[in-house]
Structures are given as C-alpha cells and as structure tokens.
Design a binder for this molecule. Structure first.
Ligand SMILES: Nc1ncnc2c1ncn2[C@@H]1O[C@H](COP(=O)(O)OP(=O)(O)OP(=O)(O)O)[C@@H](O)[C@H]1O
Length: 260
C-alpha cells in the first residue's frame, strides 16, 4: 500500500512512500530513485516488476527495450501521470516531459503553448528566450499546425525547458522525424543538456541515439532492468569510434539483436 508524503528538504519529494521506505535511498537534490516499483493493469502480468533505478542529478540515461517492455509506463509513473501502486519513488519537484507528438494546443500560438499555465507579466519574454534557445525565435507567433515536425518538437522542448526542470523526460521525441531533423534534434538536446545540467531520461528505440547522447543505457525487459550499461565515451561522440562500435554490439546483444 503506497502513501503520499513529502520529505520537504531541498525541494525533494518522496512522491509515494511505502512503510518500507528508508532515507538511505533518497537521492540528492535533482536525482531520481525508484525502489521495488511494480505496476499491473487489471489482473494482467506485471508491466513493471519490482524495478529499482537511480538517476544521479544531471545524469543522462537512455531507456531502451522492445515494444511492450514497460518504457512508457515507467516514464509516465516517474512523471506522476500514472499512480504508484507498489514501491517507492523519489524525484525532484521540477520535472518536465516531452512526448513523441509534442502535444501542442493548436488554438494557441507557439509562445503561448510554451508558457501555458505559467503566470507573470514576463511570460512572453520567457517564452521568447527559450524559443531562441531551441532555434525557433522566428516562429514565436506561429500557429502549431503550421510548424514542421522538427519545429513542433523544438517548441515542445522549449515548453519543457521553460519550467527549469531538474529532471527532463523525453519519450521517443525524435521518432517521427526524418533523418536530418533527427540528427539536428539530437545535437540540440546534447547542447541543452550541457547548458541546463538537468537529469534526463530518454526513451528511444535507437541504439546509436543512446550511445551518442547518454551517460548510461538501460535495457528494460518485461518490466525489469536487463542491462545497465555505462557509456564512458568522450563527447562529442562518433559512430566510427572503436569504443562506440563496441558498446553498440553490447547493447544490440542485450536487446537480442544479432548479425546474421
Ligand atoms: N493503460 C493501460 N491499460 C492496460 N495495459 C496497458 C496500459 N498501458 C500499457 N499497458 C500494457 O503495458 C505493457 C507495457 O506498455 P508500455 O507502453 O509501457 O511499453 P513500451 O515499452 O513503452 O512499448 P513501446 O516501445 O511500444 O512504446 C504493454 O503490454 C501494454 O499493452
């Protein structure tokens, strides 16, 4: 039985605690800690099965796994969009999520989407600043339906960043983009992460994307962590580096993908 209880200190919340909660598993400010997280839908099998995971403040973690392995369920739970039934979850108060489709409101201009739900006379200025940062300074007053797929994802990133998240979750944000737009977005995310110093959890099906961006790659399998792989490569990274090629092989093996 999970209960809700804030820990108070430094803006960290024990979002959900069980009676078995220990202070020792609470991360420092800006980090994430999950312990024994289990999620079922109805009477079905566990989609998340006693999952343990920590993400350090400022760490970039890629989350991989086959379709149905529980990636989106984990992300929704970390975002507070899906209830915790069993287990404990610590995360910062300031979290933002970017979904695959961006989810902009078509009846609001781009800048209004970015600061949706935010108060203050400087709302537009704040939107302008972050839209500049993601390379959308020229589309501030545009309507979302006139944006390209890449531009819409930049706007969604801007909306996430304007909230100054300590923890940013990205659910396959580049999946629907063409190869060039995808490459540009990957570079943008790498730059933004370096500048904002937030922890990032990136759900992706793309092994190379994980290796280009992340400090660690986690492979989920039937709601459990099958592989937790450090990626100790210098940045910027290159597909042709021997270390990159080696880790690609390790990750593909973990995903059960083999050369024929
Ligand atoms: N609201 C729900 N009701 C019932 N079952 C659900 C619900 N949400 C997810 N599931 C089931 O949980 C399992 C994990 O789904 P989830 O979307 O987390 O997987 P995923 O790894 O993100 O997959 P994909 O890579 O295809 O997005 C699937 O079997 C899915 O059918």
């Amino acid at each position: 039985m999970a209960t809700i209880a804030p820990t108070g200190a430094g803006g960290m919340n024990a979002v959900f605690m069980t009676d078995r909660m220990h202070d020792a598993i609470a991360p420092r400010d800006g980090g994430v800690a999950v312990h024994g997280l289990t999620r079922r839908f109805g009477h079905g099998p566990a989609v998340l099965d006693g999952l343990d995971l920590t993400i350090a403040p400022g760490e970039f973690v890629a989350l991989l796994g086959h379709s149905g392995s529980g990636k989106s369920t984990l992300l929704r739970t970390l975002a507070g969009l899906d209830p915790v039934h069993e287990g404990t979850l610590f995360r910062p108060d300031a979290v933002s999520v970017v979904f695959q489709d961006g989810r902009l409101l078509p009846w609001k201009r781009v800048w209004e989407n970015v600061v949706l739900g935010q108060a203050g006379a400087d709302r537009r200025d704040r939107a302008l600043a972050v839209l500049e940062e993601v390379g959308l300074g020229h589309r501030v007053d545009a309507w979302p339906l006139t944006l390209s797929g890449g531009e819409a994802q930049r706007a969604a990133l801007a909306r996430a960043l304007v909230r100054r998240p300590a923890f940013l979750m990205l659910d396959e944000p580049f999946a629907a983009l063409d190869a060039l737009a995808r490459l540009k977005m990957q570079r943008l995310v790498a730059r933004l992460w370096a500048r904002h110093a937030c922890a990032v959890l990136l759900v992706t099906h793309d092994v190379d994307e994980a290796l280009l961006l992340a400090d660690r790659a986690i492979v989920l399998d039937h709601g459990r962590i099958r592989t937790d792989l450090a990626i100790p490569l210098d940045r910027p990274r290159h597909h042709a580096d021997p270390g990159f090629i080696h880790l690609r092989g390790v990750l593909l093996d973990a995903l059960g993908v083999h050369d024929d």
